[in-house]
Write a protein that binds this ligand. Structure first.
Ligand code: UGA
Length: 436
Protein backbone atom coordinates (compact mmCIF):
# COMPACT_ATOMS: atom_id res chain seq x y z
CA UNK A 1 0.00 0.00 0.00
CA UNK A 2 1.12 3.52 -0.65
CA UNK A 3 0.64 5.71 2.42
CA UNK A 4 1.15 9.41 3.16
CA UNK A 5 1.47 10.33 6.83
CA UNK A 6 0.78 13.98 7.54
CA UNK A 7 2.64 15.15 10.64
CA UNK A 8 5.97 13.84 11.90
CA UNK A 9 5.26 14.32 15.59
CA UNK A 10 5.19 11.46 17.98
CA UNK A 11 2.24 9.57 16.50
CA UNK A 12 3.01 10.30 12.85
CA UNK A 13 6.64 9.29 13.02
CA UNK A 14 6.11 6.10 15.01
CA UNK A 15 3.13 5.06 12.87
CA UNK A 16 4.88 5.94 9.61
CA UNK A 17 8.01 4.02 10.58
CA UNK A 18 6.00 0.98 11.70
CA UNK A 19 3.83 0.93 8.55
CA UNK A 20 6.98 1.05 6.42
CA UNK A 21 8.42 -1.78 8.49
CA UNK A 22 5.35 -3.85 7.55
CA UNK A 23 6.47 -3.37 3.94
CA UNK A 24 4.24 -0.47 2.91
CA UNK A 25 5.60 2.45 0.92
CA UNK A 26 5.38 5.43 3.32
CA UNK A 27 6.06 9.10 2.87
CA UNK A 28 5.91 11.37 5.94
CA UNK A 29 5.03 15.00 5.36
CA UNK A 30 5.66 17.92 7.67
CA UNK A 31 5.58 21.67 7.09
CA UNK A 32 8.45 22.15 9.54
CA UNK A 33 11.49 21.99 7.26
CA UNK A 34 13.90 21.80 10.20
CA UNK A 35 12.23 18.55 11.27
CA UNK A 36 12.37 17.12 7.77
CA UNK A 37 16.01 18.22 7.35
CA UNK A 38 16.86 16.53 10.64
CA UNK A 39 15.09 13.34 9.55
CA UNK A 40 16.97 13.40 6.24
CA UNK A 41 20.16 13.67 8.27
CA UNK A 42 19.09 10.60 10.28
CA UNK A 43 18.23 12.58 13.41
CA UNK A 44 15.03 11.70 15.26
CA UNK A 45 13.38 14.79 16.79
CA UNK A 46 11.84 12.85 19.72
CA UNK A 47 13.20 10.36 22.22
CA UNK A 48 11.61 6.96 21.71
CA UNK A 49 13.54 3.75 22.30
CA UNK A 50 14.20 1.83 19.06
CA UNK A 51 12.77 4.49 16.75
CA UNK A 52 16.12 5.63 15.32
CA UNK A 53 17.04 2.09 14.19
CA UNK A 54 13.54 1.48 12.80
CA UNK A 55 13.62 4.73 10.80
CA UNK A 56 17.18 4.13 9.56
CA UNK A 57 16.54 0.57 8.36
CA UNK A 58 13.34 1.49 6.50
CA UNK A 59 14.86 4.59 4.95
CA UNK A 60 17.76 2.53 3.65
CA UNK A 61 15.33 -0.11 2.34
CA UNK A 62 13.64 2.69 0.37
CA UNK A 63 10.25 2.22 2.07
CA UNK A 64 10.26 5.38 4.20
CA UNK A 65 10.72 8.92 2.91
CA UNK A 66 10.28 12.44 4.28
CA UNK A 67 9.21 15.63 2.57
CA UNK A 68 7.76 19.09 3.11
CA UNK A 69 5.92 18.91 -0.25
CA UNK A 70 2.37 17.71 0.30
CA UNK A 71 1.23 17.64 -3.33
CA UNK A 72 4.00 15.39 -4.62
CA UNK A 73 3.70 13.12 -1.56
CA UNK A 74 0.10 12.36 -2.51
CA UNK A 75 1.03 10.96 -5.88
CA UNK A 76 -0.83 7.63 -6.24
CA UNK A 77 -1.42 7.14 -2.50
CA UNK A 78 -4.02 4.63 -1.33
CA UNK A 79 -4.38 6.20 2.11
CA UNK A 80 -3.52 9.47 3.81
CA UNK A 81 -3.23 9.52 7.60
CA UNK A 82 -3.72 12.78 9.45
CA UNK A 83 -1.46 12.72 12.51
CA UNK A 84 -1.13 16.37 13.46
CA UNK A 85 -1.49 17.79 16.97
CA UNK A 86 -4.84 18.42 18.68
CA UNK A 87 -3.71 20.44 21.71
CA UNK A 88 -6.12 21.81 24.31
CA UNK A 89 -7.60 25.03 23.04
CA UNK A 90 -6.51 27.92 25.19
CA UNK A 91 -9.26 29.03 27.54
CA UNK A 92 -11.85 26.29 27.21
CA UNK A 93 -10.08 22.90 27.07
CA UNK A 94 -11.74 21.86 23.78
CA UNK A 95 -9.41 20.01 21.42
CA UNK A 96 -7.97 22.55 18.98
CA UNK A 97 -8.84 21.10 15.57
CA UNK A 98 -7.41 23.89 13.47
CA UNK A 99 -4.41 21.80 12.35
CA UNK A 100 -6.62 18.86 11.42
CA UNK A 101 -8.99 21.00 9.37
CA UNK A 102 -6.12 22.88 7.72
CA UNK A 103 -4.75 19.52 6.54
CA UNK A 104 -8.21 18.53 5.26
CA UNK A 105 -8.40 21.78 3.26
CA UNK A 106 -4.95 21.19 1.78
CA UNK A 107 -5.79 17.59 0.92
CA UNK A 108 -9.00 18.70 -0.78
CA UNK A 109 -6.94 20.94 -3.04
CA UNK A 110 -4.05 18.56 -3.63
CA UNK A 111 -5.52 15.05 -3.98
CA UNK A 112 -6.00 14.36 -7.68
CA UNK A 113 -7.49 10.89 -7.22
CA UNK A 114 -9.92 9.26 -4.81
CA UNK A 115 -8.25 8.04 -1.64
CA UNK A 116 -8.98 6.97 1.91
CA UNK A 117 -8.25 9.72 4.43
CA UNK A 118 -7.85 8.55 8.02
CA UNK A 119 -7.61 10.56 11.23
CA UNK A 120 -5.02 9.12 13.59
CA UNK A 121 -4.85 12.24 15.71
CA UNK A 122 -7.08 12.07 18.79
CA UNK A 123 -10.16 13.99 17.67
CA UNK A 124 -13.56 14.59 19.25
CA UNK A 125 -16.60 12.74 17.98
CA UNK A 126 -17.81 14.24 14.74
CA UNK A 127 -14.44 15.48 13.52
CA UNK A 128 -14.36 12.82 10.81
CA UNK A 129 -17.73 14.10 9.53
CA UNK A 130 -16.28 17.59 9.18
CA UNK A 131 -13.11 16.31 7.47
CA UNK A 132 -15.33 14.42 5.01
CA UNK A 133 -17.42 17.53 4.36
CA UNK A 134 -14.32 19.65 3.65
CA UNK A 135 -12.77 17.02 1.38
CA UNK A 136 -15.84 16.33 -0.64
CA UNK A 137 -17.10 19.91 -0.90
CA UNK A 138 -13.76 21.47 -1.73
CA UNK A 139 -12.19 18.58 -3.66
CA UNK A 140 -12.21 18.30 -7.43
CA UNK A 141 -15.53 16.48 -7.59
CA UNK A 142 -13.82 13.40 -6.18
CA UNK A 143 -15.37 11.30 -3.42
CA UNK A 144 -12.88 10.40 -0.74
CA UNK A 145 -13.58 7.95 2.08
CA UNK A 146 -12.88 9.18 5.59
CA UNK A 147 -12.03 6.79 8.40
CA UNK A 148 -10.91 6.96 12.02
CA UNK A 149 -8.07 4.83 13.31
CA UNK A 150 -7.14 5.96 16.81
CA UNK A 151 -3.74 5.15 18.24
CA UNK A 152 -3.11 3.51 21.59
CA UNK A 153 0.65 4.05 21.81
CA UNK A 154 2.37 4.70 25.09
CA UNK A 155 5.39 6.94 24.90
CA UNK A 156 8.50 4.93 25.61
CA UNK A 157 6.82 1.70 24.49
CA UNK A 158 5.27 2.96 21.27
CA UNK A 159 6.89 0.56 18.80
CA UNK A 160 5.93 -2.50 20.84
CA UNK A 161 2.41 -1.13 21.26
CA UNK A 162 2.13 -0.54 17.51
CA UNK A 163 3.43 -3.96 16.51
CA UNK A 164 1.71 -5.97 19.25
CA UNK A 165 -1.50 -4.05 19.87
CA UNK A 166 -4.23 -5.22 22.23
CA UNK A 167 -6.60 -4.25 19.43
CA UNK A 168 -6.87 -2.24 16.24
CA UNK A 169 -9.88 0.06 16.00
CA UNK A 170 -11.16 0.97 12.56
CA UNK A 171 -14.03 3.44 12.25
CA UNK A 172 -15.49 3.58 8.77
CA UNK A 173 -18.60 4.62 6.90
CA UNK A 174 -18.00 2.64 3.71
CA UNK A 175 -16.50 -0.59 2.41
CA UNK A 176 -13.63 1.04 0.58
CA UNK A 177 -12.19 2.57 3.75
CA UNK A 178 -12.59 -0.70 5.64
CA UNK A 179 -10.90 -2.66 2.87
CA UNK A 180 -7.91 -0.31 2.67
CA UNK A 181 -7.47 -0.12 6.44
CA UNK A 182 -7.71 -3.89 6.83
CA UNK A 183 -5.10 -4.29 4.10
CA UNK A 184 -2.76 -1.80 5.80
CA UNK A 185 -2.98 -3.72 9.09
CA UNK A 186 -2.98 -7.18 7.46
CA UNK A 187 0.58 -7.93 8.65
CA UNK A 188 -0.76 -7.69 12.21
CA UNK A 189 -3.77 -9.94 11.59
CA UNK A 190 -1.23 -12.73 11.23
CA UNK A 191 -0.33 -12.11 14.90
CA UNK A 192 -4.05 -12.35 15.61
CA UNK A 193 -4.38 -8.77 16.81
CA UNK A 194 -8.13 -8.28 17.24
CA UNK A 195 -9.66 -5.81 14.82
CA UNK A 196 -12.73 -3.89 15.83
CA UNK A 197 -14.44 -2.43 12.79
CA UNK A 198 -17.16 0.01 13.73
CA UNK A 199 -18.69 3.32 12.69
CA UNK A 200 -16.48 6.39 12.58
CA UNK A 201 -18.05 8.27 15.49
CA UNK A 202 -17.79 5.20 17.68
CA UNK A 203 -14.08 4.81 16.91
CA UNK A 204 -13.53 8.44 17.85
CA UNK A 205 -15.34 7.85 21.13
CA UNK A 206 -13.40 4.66 21.91
CA UNK A 207 -10.14 6.58 22.05
CA UNK A 208 -11.43 9.12 24.59
CA UNK A 209 -13.25 6.51 26.65
CA UNK A 210 -10.08 4.39 26.84
CA UNK A 211 -7.89 7.26 28.02
CA UNK A 212 -10.50 8.55 30.47
CA UNK A 213 -10.94 5.05 31.91
CA UNK A 214 -7.19 4.57 32.37
CA UNK A 215 -6.84 8.02 33.97
CA UNK A 216 -9.69 7.12 36.31
CA UNK A 217 -8.12 3.78 37.19
CA UNK A 218 -4.86 5.50 38.16
CA UNK A 219 -6.68 8.17 40.13
CA UNK A 220 -8.74 5.55 41.92
CA UNK A 221 -5.65 3.70 43.15
CA UNK A 222 -4.01 7.01 44.09
CA UNK A 223 -6.93 7.88 46.34
CA UNK A 224 -6.95 4.36 47.78
CA UNK A 225 -3.20 4.88 48.45
CA UNK A 226 -3.97 7.96 50.52
CA UNK A 227 -6.52 5.99 52.50
CA UNK A 228 -4.03 3.14 52.97
CA UNK A 229 -1.60 5.62 54.51
CA UNK A 230 -4.29 6.88 56.87
CA UNK A 231 -5.47 3.45 58.01
CA UNK A 232 -2.18 1.54 58.00
CA UNK A 233 -2.69 -0.64 54.91
CA UNK A 234 -0.36 -1.23 51.95
CA UNK A 235 -1.52 -0.03 48.55
CA UNK A 236 0.78 -2.29 46.56
CA UNK A 237 -0.77 -5.38 48.13
CA UNK A 238 -4.22 -3.83 47.70
CA UNK A 239 -3.49 -3.22 44.00
CA UNK A 240 -2.30 -6.80 43.61
CA UNK A 241 -5.24 -8.09 45.59
CA UNK A 242 -7.77 -6.36 43.38
CA UNK A 243 -5.76 -6.60 40.13
CA UNK A 244 -5.66 -10.39 40.23
CA UNK A 245 -9.40 -10.25 39.72
CA UNK A 246 -9.60 -10.54 35.93
CA UNK A 247 -12.56 -8.19 35.87
CA UNK A 248 -10.31 -5.44 37.27
CA UNK A 249 -6.91 -6.36 35.81
CA UNK A 250 -3.42 -5.62 37.17
CA UNK A 251 -2.33 -2.87 34.81
CA UNK A 252 -2.47 0.84 35.58
CA UNK A 253 -2.82 0.25 39.29
CA UNK A 254 0.56 1.69 40.29
CA UNK A 255 -0.06 4.48 42.75
CA UNK A 256 2.13 7.51 42.13
CA UNK A 257 2.29 11.29 42.01
CA UNK A 258 -0.58 11.60 39.52
CA UNK A 259 -0.78 11.10 35.78
CA UNK A 260 0.74 13.56 33.34
CA UNK A 261 1.86 13.57 29.71
CA UNK A 262 0.47 14.80 26.46
CA UNK A 263 -2.62 12.58 26.42
CA UNK A 264 -4.54 11.89 29.63
CA UNK A 265 -4.74 15.52 30.83
CA UNK A 266 -5.68 16.86 27.39
CA UNK A 267 -8.06 14.07 26.43
CA UNK A 268 -9.99 13.99 29.72
CA UNK A 269 -10.52 17.73 29.40
CA UNK A 270 -11.68 17.48 25.79
CA UNK A 271 -14.05 14.62 26.66
CA UNK A 272 -15.56 16.69 29.47
CA UNK A 273 -16.13 19.57 27.05
CA UNK A 274 -17.84 17.30 24.53
CA UNK A 275 -20.03 15.97 27.35
CA UNK A 276 -20.94 19.48 28.50
CA UNK A 277 -21.78 20.50 24.94
CA UNK A 278 -24.25 17.61 24.84
CA UNK A 279 -25.61 18.19 28.34
CA UNK A 280 -24.41 14.79 29.47
CA UNK A 281 -22.57 14.99 32.78
CA UNK A 282 -19.45 12.85 33.10
CA UNK A 283 -19.04 13.22 36.83
CA UNK A 284 -16.51 10.44 37.26
CA UNK A 285 -14.17 11.97 34.68
CA UNK A 286 -14.63 15.41 36.24
CA UNK A 287 -13.71 14.03 39.66
CA UNK A 288 -10.68 12.27 38.18
CA UNK A 289 -9.38 15.46 36.60
CA UNK A 290 -9.84 17.45 39.79
CA UNK A 291 -8.30 14.81 42.06
CA UNK A 292 -5.30 14.43 39.78
CA UNK A 293 -4.67 18.18 39.64
CA UNK A 294 -4.75 18.46 43.41
CA UNK A 295 -2.57 15.42 43.85
CA UNK A 296 0.47 16.87 42.09
CA UNK A 297 0.90 19.72 44.55
CA UNK A 298 0.06 17.47 47.46
CA UNK A 299 3.07 15.35 46.48
CA UNK A 300 5.23 18.47 46.86
CA UNK A 301 3.75 18.93 50.32
CA UNK A 302 4.54 15.32 51.13
CA UNK A 303 8.22 16.11 50.55
CA UNK A 304 7.94 19.27 52.66
CA UNK A 305 6.33 17.14 55.37
CA UNK A 306 9.32 14.78 55.27
CA UNK A 307 11.42 17.84 56.15
CA UNK A 308 9.43 18.41 59.34
CA UNK A 309 7.04 20.77 57.54
CA UNK A 310 9.76 23.37 57.13
CA UNK A 311 11.55 23.43 53.79
CA UNK A 312 13.02 26.92 54.08
CA UNK A 313 16.65 26.85 52.99
CA UNK A 314 16.59 23.04 52.70
CA UNK A 315 18.12 21.30 49.73
CA UNK A 316 15.83 18.87 47.88
CA UNK A 317 17.22 16.44 45.29
CA UNK A 318 14.60 15.47 42.71
CA UNK A 319 15.29 12.28 40.75
CA UNK A 320 13.23 12.23 37.57
CA UNK A 321 11.42 15.11 35.91
CA UNK A 322 9.64 13.60 32.91
CA UNK A 323 6.02 12.46 33.32
CA UNK A 324 7.19 8.87 33.05
CA UNK A 325 10.42 7.02 32.15
CA UNK A 326 11.82 6.43 28.64
CA UNK A 327 10.72 9.77 27.28
CA UNK A 328 11.99 13.34 27.38
CA UNK A 329 8.40 14.61 27.50
CA UNK A 330 7.71 17.15 30.24
CA UNK A 331 4.13 17.97 29.28
CA UNK A 332 1.93 18.12 32.38
CA UNK A 333 4.61 16.23 34.31
CA UNK A 334 3.82 16.00 38.04
CA UNK A 335 7.41 17.18 38.60
CA UNK A 336 6.40 20.69 37.46
CA UNK A 337 3.84 21.13 40.25
CA UNK A 338 6.00 19.31 42.80
CA UNK A 339 9.01 21.53 42.13
CA UNK A 340 6.86 24.67 42.25
CA UNK A 341 5.41 23.63 45.62
CA UNK A 342 8.91 23.07 46.97
CA UNK A 343 10.15 26.42 45.67
CA UNK A 344 7.08 28.12 47.16
CA UNK A 345 7.97 26.53 50.48
CA UNK A 346 11.43 28.07 50.29
CA UNK A 347 13.43 24.98 49.33
CA UNK A 348 16.45 24.89 47.06
CA UNK A 349 15.80 22.29 44.36
CA UNK A 350 18.44 20.29 42.49
CA UNK A 351 17.30 17.80 39.87
CA UNK A 352 18.58 14.99 37.72
CA UNK A 353 16.77 13.23 34.87
CA UNK A 354 18.40 10.87 32.34
CA UNK A 355 16.66 12.42 29.28
CA UNK A 356 14.41 15.28 30.34
CA UNK A 357 16.74 18.00 31.61
CA UNK A 358 17.24 19.84 28.35
CA UNK A 359 13.50 20.38 27.93
CA UNK A 360 12.87 20.81 31.68
CA UNK A 361 15.57 23.40 32.37
CA UNK A 362 13.83 26.40 30.73
CA UNK A 363 10.52 25.36 32.35
CA UNK A 364 12.02 25.56 35.83
CA UNK A 365 14.78 28.19 35.72
CA UNK A 366 15.22 28.24 39.51
CA UNK A 367 16.15 24.56 39.60
CA UNK A 368 19.78 23.52 39.41
CA UNK A 369 20.28 20.62 36.99
CA UNK A 370 22.87 18.07 38.13
CA UNK A 371 24.68 15.66 35.85
CA UNK A 372 24.16 12.53 37.93
CA UNK A 373 22.06 11.13 40.77
CA UNK A 374 24.95 11.51 43.18
CA UNK A 375 25.74 15.07 42.13
CA UNK A 376 22.08 15.97 42.72
CA UNK A 377 22.15 14.30 46.14
CA UNK A 378 25.28 16.14 47.30
CA UNK A 379 24.37 17.91 50.54
CA UNK A 380 20.63 17.16 50.11
CA UNK A 381 18.26 17.23 53.06
CA UNK A 382 15.89 14.91 51.23
CA UNK A 383 16.06 12.86 48.02
CA UNK A 384 12.78 12.34 46.17
CA UNK A 385 12.16 9.87 43.35
CA UNK A 386 9.53 11.40 41.07
CA UNK A 387 9.94 9.30 37.89
CA UNK A 388 10.69 5.57 37.95
CA UNK A 389 13.64 5.52 35.52
CA UNK A 390 15.50 2.17 35.54
CA UNK A 391 18.64 4.10 36.48
CA UNK A 392 17.05 4.84 39.88
CA UNK A 393 16.04 1.27 40.64
CA UNK A 394 19.41 0.12 41.95
CA UNK A 395 20.85 3.17 43.64
CA UNK A 396 24.14 2.74 45.50
CA UNK A 397 22.81 3.66 48.94
CA UNK A 398 26.27 3.47 50.49
CA UNK A 399 27.42 6.18 48.12
CA UNK A 400 24.20 8.13 48.48
CA UNK A 401 24.55 8.07 52.26
CA UNK A 402 27.97 9.70 51.91
CA UNK A 403 26.61 12.42 49.59
CA UNK A 404 23.47 13.55 51.42
CA UNK A 405 23.17 15.76 54.45
CA UNK A 406 20.10 13.99 55.82
CA UNK A 407 19.20 10.41 54.99
CA UNK A 408 15.59 10.75 53.91
CA UNK A 409 14.25 9.13 50.73
CA UNK A 410 10.77 9.97 49.47
CA UNK A 411 9.81 7.42 46.83
CA UNK A 412 6.77 8.68 44.90
CA UNK A 413 6.84 5.61 42.62
CA UNK A 414 7.21 2.84 45.20
CA UNK A 415 10.21 1.31 43.46
CA UNK A 416 11.92 0.09 46.64
CA UNK A 417 11.07 -2.24 49.47
CA UNK A 418 11.45 -0.36 52.76
CA UNK A 419 14.20 -2.66 54.14
CA UNK A 420 16.37 -2.12 51.02
CA UNK A 421 16.55 1.54 51.99
CA UNK A 422 16.27 1.60 55.77
CA UNK A 423 19.21 -0.76 56.28
CA UNK A 424 21.44 2.03 54.95
CA UNK A 425 20.20 4.33 57.67
CA UNK A 426 17.69 6.16 55.46
CA UNK A 427 14.19 7.07 56.51
CA UNK A 428 11.97 5.72 53.73
CA UNK A 429 8.70 7.40 52.80
CA UNK A 430 6.66 5.83 50.01
CA UNK A 431 3.15 6.10 48.61
CA UNK A 432 0.23 4.37 50.24
CA UNK A 433 2.02 2.33 52.83
CA UNK A 434 1.79 2.24 56.60
CA UNK A 435 5.59 2.69 56.62
CA UNK A 436 5.01 6.15 55.17
C1 UGA B 1 -1.44 7.07 27.08
C2 UGA B 1 -2.13 5.72 26.88
O1 UGA B 1 -1.59 4.74 27.79
C3 UGA B 1 -1.99 5.23 25.45
O2 UGA B 1 -2.73 4.03 25.27
C4 UGA B 1 -2.52 6.31 24.51
O3 UGA B 1 -2.39 5.94 23.15
C5 UGA B 1 -1.76 7.60 24.75
O4 UGA B 1 -1.93 8.00 26.11
C6 UGA B 1 -2.31 8.64 23.80
O5 UGA B 1 -3.48 9.00 23.94
O6 UGA B 1 -1.62 8.99 22.84
P1 UGA B 1 1.09 7.84 27.57
O7 UGA B 1 0.50 9.17 27.87
O8 UGA B 1 2.26 7.74 26.69
O9 UGA B 1 -0.03 6.87 26.92
O10 UGA B 1 1.53 7.23 28.95
P2 UGA B 1 1.02 6.13 29.99
O11 UGA B 1 2.00 5.03 30.05
O12 UGA B 1 -0.38 5.77 29.78
O13 UGA B 1 1.15 6.97 31.36
C7 UGA B 1 0.39 8.16 31.57
C8 UGA B 1 0.60 8.67 32.96
O14 UGA B 1 0.01 7.80 33.93
C9 UGA B 1 2.06 8.79 33.38
O15 UGA B 1 2.24 10.00 34.09
C10 UGA B 1 2.29 7.60 34.28
O16 UGA B 1 3.31 7.79 35.22
C11 UGA B 1 0.94 7.48 34.94
N1 UGA B 1 0.65 6.12 35.44
C12 UGA B 1 0.46 5.09 34.58
C13 UGA B 1 0.54 5.91 36.81
O17 UGA B 1 0.70 6.85 37.63
N2 UGA B 1 0.26 4.66 37.26
C14 UGA B 1 0.06 3.61 36.42
O18 UGA B 1 -0.21 2.48 36.91
C15 UGA B 1 0.18 3.83 35.05
Amino acid sequence: MKIAMIGTGYVGLVSGACFSDFGHDVICVDKDSSKIDALHAGKIPIYEPGLDELVASNVSAGRLRFTTELASALDGVDAVFIAVGTPSRRGDGHADLSYVYAVAEELAGALDHEAVVVTKSTVPVGTGDEVERILNEKGHGLTHSVGSNPEFLREGAAIGDFKRPDRIVIGVEDERAEKVLREIYRPLFLNEAPVLATRRRTAEMIKYAANAFLATKITFINEIADLCEAVGADVQDVARGIGLDNRIGKKFLNAGPGYGGSCFPKDTLALMKTAQDHDVPLRIVEATVQANDLRKRSMGRKIVHALGDDARGKRVAILGLTFKPNTDDMRDSPALAIVQTLLDAGAKVVAYDPEGMEIAAPMMPQVEMADSVYAAAEGADVVAIVTEWDAFRALDFGRLAQSVKQRILVDLRNIYRPEEVTRHGFQYIAIGTSAA
